[in-house]
Design a binder for this molecule. Structure first.
Ligand code: GP9
Ligand code: MN
Length: 629
């Protein structure tokens, strides 16, 4: 090679410029291939192109403030971190269809446990995310090519002036595209679309800092404000259904059906039922056909939190890990006053989702986790113990419980990526869409159904059945938006935002031995379970901070709010992310104006719930009660 050209390699500005370009191209590549961002117009397309430049110049530019000796190293480290952040989001998005938030990152322990799940999330083309890093490292350490990064002061000033310029253009375009973007904290897809991944992370860090200080600035008036709101909701507070007290003194068994969506109930695949046992059970139970999960990033743990507290999960991260030492007034705590024993059974590590800590806060007396079960290679798959041995091994522990009990069983086999490791788990043929996760999903659901059948038989054999009410619910969706084509084939219809919201329905089956049950059409969600269960047990609640309503109450409004701000009523569906309004009877899109009040209500209610959790407001109620005693 010509000596003159070779000399170019040693030039700092060449190295710097090429690195900036590589990272820019890579970010743009990720946006085009990995994140389904639904670009609606050319301004958004333009924003997408320019957003990465500002932060790339800013962060890489920081390396110029290091001493000349350390500068190259600092540059590479920053480049590596930025590549890693991008790549981590790509992998996270593949499964969660969402972006990483700081609180989620704190749960890194969960990711280490993922094992099999993570492997199937990596693709061969991911090498593209790392080639540039390797090239730049080699370039910066090889004696012959090593660049000397010495820039004139004026150049450095220009780099940072460009950062400001790009930032200003980006922010003003984003504001035009989505007014008040920065206020709507839970609309992450929009944030990333309009700010880019790096700016989004800066924003997220600021929000995390802000929410962790809000406890310090909270005061008891905020609690009064929330209580006033809850009480003003017609039919909410203290609404009682006709079955109030019908299950007084009975044991309560909660069964969390991992990743189970309502569409599998009463559906056939290749002429075979997917959930034969549940299909039979719904005939003898209260089966809620319009019941939704209200969970966010905290997935299973969010469902547990919502069900025990009738509060929403958080817009970012999982309450179980961010606010585990708050004061709550959870069902186990309330039931303790009525001599109940509360216990949770789950075949995974006790620290997953920080359950070991949070359960104590919520008032659980015992937690039987992996350590208490015999888990072998043979009887486990994916996250841990398979559902059938899980229920079987739980039974002697159930027998020993002091009655009455409130016992939660968290199933696990039907978890992404829906793995069967044994021929005898294969009770139904997979679907044939060609999308592995969707195809296998039916098989693991079928296996879970079998495990519940066995569980009911064991409960009967051990004479636990008659005195118990059973609440079976799906914890959250199993098939994310990334599988639209396959789902569209399975359901034989196009998946528009309307259908996507309907897919957030999870089964709710309340089985009370001795009662006939009926199909319930009311629109509700996990948020309503706490008052529903307590009312069945005849436990009256006064002035509690909660957002749900007894599902049997006549006065209840047919409505539920999803964590992303979507709302479903008996008449309408407001799809928040797409910002579209649908009429349920025609299934057609209608003028957004009809849904505006619903949208506003959702924002208000979610905001109040977040205030309660971030501000740890229930502590004021507890201290008030103590004073009154
Ligand atoms: C793990 C199980 C699954 O213990 O609850 O958690 P998820 O990933 O569904 O939140
Ligand atoms: Mn789950």
């Amino acid at each position: 090679m010509n000596e003159n050209y070779r000399g170019l390699f040693n030039k700092g500005w060449v190295f710097f410029t090429i690195a900036v370009l590589l990272l820019w191209i890579k970010s743009y590549y990720a946006f085009q291939t990995a994140f389904a961002l639904d670009i609606e117009n050319s301004i958004q397309q333009f924003i997408l192109v320019i957003t990465p430049i500002g932060p790339i110049l800013f962060f890489l530019g920081l390396s110029l403030f290091f001493s000349p000796k350390r500068r190259n190293k600092a540059f590479i480290v920053i480049y590596f971190i930025m590549s890693f952040v991008l790549f981590a989001n790509v992998v996270y998005f593949r499964f969660f269809n969402d972006f990483i938030t700081l609180p989620v990152l704190m749960q890194y322990k969960n990711f280490l446990d993922l094992g099999g799940s993570t492997k199937s999330l990596l693709h061969l083309t991911d090498i593209l995310y790392w080639i540039d890093v390797v090239i730049l490292i080699a370039w910066s350490i090889r004696k012959k090519t090593k660049p000397t990064m010495e820039f004139r002061k004026r150049t450095v000033v220009m780099i940072f002036a460009a950062v400001l310029g790009f930032g200003a253009v980006n922010l003003s375009l984003a504001e035009v595209e989505r007014p008040q973007l920065l206020v709507r904290t839970f609309d992450r897809a929009k944030l990333v679309k309009l700010l880019g991944i790096y700016n989004y992370h800066i924003y997220d860090s600021v929000m995390t800092a802000k929410s962790s200080t809000s406890r310090a600035f909270a005061d008891s008036n905020e609690l009064t404000e929330v209580l006033n709101y809850v009480n003003s909701q017609q039919g909410k507070m203290g609404a009682k259904g006709k079955y109030f007290g019908k299950a007084k003194g009975k044991n309560v068994v909660l069964v969390s059906l991992e990743s189970t969506q309502n569409f599998v109930i009463n559906r056939k695949l290749h002429g075979q039922e997917i959930t034969p046992f549940l299909n039979d059970l719904v005939k003898k139970s209260f089966y809620f056909n319009n019941f939704y999960h209200n969970t966010g990033q905290g997935k299973t743990s969010d469902s547990e939190f919502i069900i025990d507290n009738s509060l929403y999960g958080l817009p970012r991260g999982a309450v179980f890990t961010t606010n585990e030492s708050n004061e709550y007034n959870a069902t186990p705590e309330i039931l303790k006053e009525h001599n109940y024993t509360s216990v949770s059974f789950h075949g995974n590590n006790d620290s997953f989702w920080n359950r070991d800590v949070m359960y104590k806060t919520l008032g659980y007396d015992y937690f039987y986790s992996k350590e208490e079960y015999k888990v072998t290679e043979e009887n486990s798959v994916n996250y841990g113990l398979k559902d059938i041995p899980f229920f079987k091994q739980s039974m002697p522990k159930v027998k020993k419980l002091e009655k009455p009990y409130y016992a939660k069983f968290i199933t696990m086999t039907n978890h992404y990526p829906y793995i069967l490791n044994n021929q005898n788990m294969n009770m139904i043929e997979p679907a044939h869409t060609g999308d592995g996760s969707v195809d296998r999903y039916f098989q693991t659901v079928r296996y879970m159904d079998e495990s519940i059948k066995k569980f009911f038989n064991l409960m009967k054999q051990q004479n636990e059945y008659e005195d118990t009410i059973f609440v079976l619910y799906g914890d959250h969706y199993g098939i994310s938006e990334n599988h639209k084509p396959a789902m569209s084939e399975v359901l034989d219809k196009e998946i528009r935002p309307f259908e996507h919201i309907q897919l957030q329905k999870v089964p709710l089956i309340i089985h009370v031995p001795g009662m006939e049950g009926e199909k319930m059409e009311t629109v509700g969600g996990q948020i309503d379970l706490k008052p529903t269960i307590l009312n069945l047990l005849g436990i009256e609640q006064k002035n509690d901070v909660q957002f749900g309503t007894d599902l049997f109450a006549k006065t209840r409004k047919d409505l539920t709010i999803l964590r992303d701000g979507s709302v479903i009523t008996d008449q309408y569906v407001y799809a928040a992310e797409a910002n579209k309004c649908y009429d349920k009877s025609t299934k057609e899109k209608i003028n957004i104006k009809t849904c505006i009040p619903l949208k506003q209500k959702a924002e208000k209610e979610l905001n109040y719930s977040d205030k309660v959790v971030y501000g740890d407001l229930i502590r004021y109620k507890e201290s008030e009660q103590k004073e009154n005693k």
